[in-house]
Ligand binder design. Structure first.
Ligand code: C2G
Length: 128
């Protein structure tokens, strides 16, 4: 079984997130999502609208997602890759190059970011 992992906040889930998760799943048979905790979001300077448990519930309902684990540190990826036997690490292209150090542990794939949608855009448009 080919295992894939990706990480993110996935707040106000939108079609750009879904497109990422769909393509990530297509790279293997089993997709794990490292979901940023509320505490880790503070370190990422992000304030999510939905709390961790709510974002976890939403992600777990997506057919592409097989398991959701908490992401609470920048430094957990290597351990996660080893613990879960990950074959492919995936992130959107806005992270291009940032995680190349993981190439020592698994395949690293950056997928083109979906243009025209973002959580920030949703918040901005709704505030008008
Ligand atoms: N994404 C995308 N297209 C968009 C918006 C997001 O492909 N229009 C991708 C991002 O590139 C990322 C994933 O969806 O791979 C989740 O996006 P965020 O929740 O914004 O994730 P981020 O805050 O970048 O957290 O350790 C890694 C970090 O936790 C990544």
């Amino acid at each position: 079984m080919k295992k894939v992992i990706t990480y993110g906040t996935f707040d106000l889930l939108h079609w750009g997130h879904i497109h990422l998760l769909k393509r990530a799943k297509e790279l293997g048979d089993y997709l794990i999502v490292g979901l940023s905790t509320d505490e880790f979001n503070v370190k990422k300077h992000k304030q999510s609208y939905y709390c961790y448990e709510e974002r976890k519930l939403i992600l777990e309902s997506i057919k592409y997602v097989d398991k959701v684990i908490p992401e609470d540190s920048w430094d957990q990826k290597i351990k996660d890759i080893q613990i879960y036997g990950i074959d492919v690490f995936v992130m959107g292209s806005d992270w291009q190059g940032e995680f190349d150090f993981l190439k020592d542990y698994c395949k690293v794939v950056y997928l083109p970011r979906t243009e025209g949608i973002s959580t920030s855009k949703i918040k901005h448009d709704l505030s008008k």
